[in-house]
Design a protein around this ligand. Structure first.
Ligand SMILES: CC(=O)N[C@H]1[C@@H](OP(=O)(O)OP(=O)(O)OC[C@H]2O[C@@H](n3ccc(=O)[nH]c3=O)[C@H](O)[C@@H]2O)O[C@H](CO)[C@@H](O)[C@@H]1O[C@H](C)C(=O)N[C@@H](C)C(=O)N[C@H](CCC(=O)O)C(=O)O
Ligand SMILES: Nc1ncnc2c1ncn2[C@@H]1O[C@H](COP(=O)(O)OP(=O)(O)OP(=O)(O)O)[C@@H](O)[C@H]1O
Ligand SMILES: N[C@H](CCC[C@H](N)C(=O)O)C(=O)O
Ligand SMILES: [Mg+2]
Length: 486
């Protein structure tokens, strides 16, 4: 494709050279240069500008950058833009044939619930008979083809390649999670969204965004950028729900369990068998559990209706679906009927939600034993809060490792212990080894007790010092149930 076509819709500052140049690939990483490509120098943790010469040496014939290099090579076209990251999204979108305009793309953002909502939308639309794509933390799916996910929202080149593949495979819809990192880094720049969903916003990722206001501003930017013909569906029970869409030119739709809204729900009953709800005057039973899933289900219902589906058919189909892997995923031991719940709650709010949900499901006599850790090299401020939440809602807690990454797991646990108040110390244990921690929790459980293993959900590894060792919470719980019941 010609460079001039690739630059369509980018905000150019200067161009040196002839843009009637055939480009074979788009590259944002100098380590992955292929001859004939355009290299886009993006500033991140390191400054991509320092790799321009290297990229040219390895065969890049055009360079897109914010600051022009002093030594420019003859025959190479240099394009200056205001934001390389934004240009990368737009250029990648053009290169891959503007895939988001060839299918209906819905983006889901918010602190919690993105994977659940996007996955349910994918399952729902697949069941309704459409070929669909899914881009999520857990997995990417093109029809039934499974592709590994490395990020919640991939980099713009991988993302547009994936969307183009969905188009090629005949997908009519794509549902994707849009993380706040992705919005901030312009990974979704250039994409044409048919609609966007806001789930909620709470304390997370402040290691990256620094302040809560900045985190809100970043998420809001996604809604501000939606096209006029798109829908912007927001949860108005969240304090920031209306702020998100206040400047959107898209059509704003709302959902709520508490207030008058376009998609209004009311919980009639909420137990281990599922949710019994009223949704816009229609009584319906869902297999998903807990109030937070009532919100997720309303978001899915609302988005499907905004995309033009029949209300009743959507509810009937939704009522048959199960949730996403590692989200309130439970196993009951054969003999003692101990309930093991594996959940991806890795933020204070998510943990609070899960434990509050469990509390409502209890019959009264059983203990709740919580196993929880916090990831290394991530927001440290959440550590004591998560321990505090776990203490408040559990009869026993075992603090353990999540993915320590490059931190000493003992240090992480110490940070968590700061949140355990004197009154709770007697019910709290710290065990660094996650498997040992789960085993201890299950050994402490009596018949019908509930063991919550939080933080890693669907993850099948534990990352320690750059090495990912196989580790699967659900598999571990199952294994220990079998071992202890022999
Ligand atoms: C903090 C963060 O988000 N980092 C992402 C970011 O990296 P970065 O900007 O620091 O990149 P960098 O390594 O400094 O390089 C800057 C530029 O120079 C280029 N480069 C770099 C080195 C080189 O030799 N040559 C070269 O050309 C890079 O390709 C890049 O374009 O851009 C990279 C390419 O798109 C991402 O892979 C990387 O994700 C890292 C691995 C990551 O861990 N990200 C997490 C935090 C993340 O994005 N998480 C969210 C979900 C969060 C949630 O909701 O839970 C997600 O969407 O997955
Ligand atoms: N609507 C919701 N509100 C609050 N908590 C939720 C909600 N939905 C799910 N959760 C809790 O948050 C955890 C993460 O859910 P999910 O994976 O769907 O969210 P996510 O936004 O994709 O998270 P991540 O950014 O980590 O990928 C779940 O394990 C559950 O405990
Ligand atoms: N997308 C999140 C997931 C955190 C999951 C938790 N298990 C951890 O490793 O901290 C992140 O990368 O920050
Ligand atoms: Mg997710």
């Amino acid at each position: 494709m010609q460079l001039s076509e690739l630059l369509y819709k980018t905000k150019l500052q200067s161009v040196s050279g002839n843009t009637a140049l055939d480009i074979t690939a788009v590259c944002i990483d100098s380590r992955k240069i292929t001859p004939g490509c355009v290299f886009i120098a993006v500033r991140g943790g390191v400054d991509g500008h320092q790799f321009i010469d290297n990229a040219v040496q390895n065969g890049a014939i055009a360079v897109v950058c914010e600051t022009l290099p002093e030594n420019r090579k003859e025959g190479v076209v240099y394009v200056q833009v205001e934001s390389s990251a934004a240009a990368a999204g737009i250029i990648a979108h053009n290169f891959y044939g503007r895939p988001s305009e060839k299918l209906k793309l819905t983006g889901v953002t918010g602190t919690n619930g993105k994977t659940t909502i996007a996955t349910l939308l994918y399952k729902l639309f697949s069941k309704l008979g459409y070929a669909c794509g899914l881009i999520s933390t857990v997995q990417n799916l093109v029809g039934n083809e499974l592709l590994e996910a490395t990020h919640t929202t991939p980099d713009p080149v991988s993302l547009n390649r994936l969307l183009a593949y969905m188009v090629e495979q005949g997908c009519a819809y794509a549902f994707m999670e849009v993380s706040s990192h992705a919005i901030h880094q312009h990974r979704v720049a250039g994409l044409e969204f048919a609609g966007a969903v806001f789930s909620n916003i709470t304390h997370d990722h402040l290691d990256y965004h620094k302040t809560f206001d900045e985190y809100i501003r970043v998420k809001k930017a996604f809604f501000d950028a939606l096209p006029k013909q798109a829908f912007a569906l927001t949860n108005i029970d969240d304090k920031r729900g209306l702020v998100m869409t206040q400047n959107a030119s898209a059509t704003v739709k709302t959902y709520s369990l508490k207030a008058v809204s376009d998609f209004k729900g009311k919980i009639i009953d909420n137990n281990i068998m599922g949710l019994h709800m009223m949704v816009n005057d229609q009584e319906v039973h869902f297999r998903l559990i807990g109030e937070f899933n009532a919100y997720n289900l309303l978001a899915v219902y609302g988005a499907a209706v905004c995309l033009g589906e029949d209300k009743l058919q959507v509810l009937q189909t939704l009522s048959m679906l199960s949730g996403a892997a590692g989200r309130f995923d439970y196993i009951i031991s054969a003999k003692d009927k101990v309930i093991g719940i594996v959940d991806y709650a890795h933020t204070p709010d998510a943990l609070l939600n899960v434990l509050a949900t469990i509390k409502k499901l209890r019959k009264g006599f059983e203990q709740v034993i919580t196993v929880v850790g916090c990831g290394g090299n991530r927001d440290k401020t959440k550590r004591p809060i998560m321990a505090e939440v776990a203490c408040e809602y559990s009869d026993r807690i075992i603090l353990t490792s999540d993915n320590p990454r490059n931190e000493d797991p003992q240090d992480i646990i110490r940070d968590m212990e700061a949140g355990v108040n004197a009154g709770c110390r007697r019910k709290c244990l710290s065990i660094v080894d996650r498997k040992e921690a789960i085993k201890t929790a299950i050994s402490l459980a009596n018949a019908e007790d509930i063991v919550l293993v939080a933080g890693k959900g669907h993850e099948t590894y534990q990352e320690i010092n750059g090495v990912r060792n196989h580790f699967d919470d659900k598999e571990t719980v199952k294994e220990i149930f079998e071992l202890l019941e022999k």
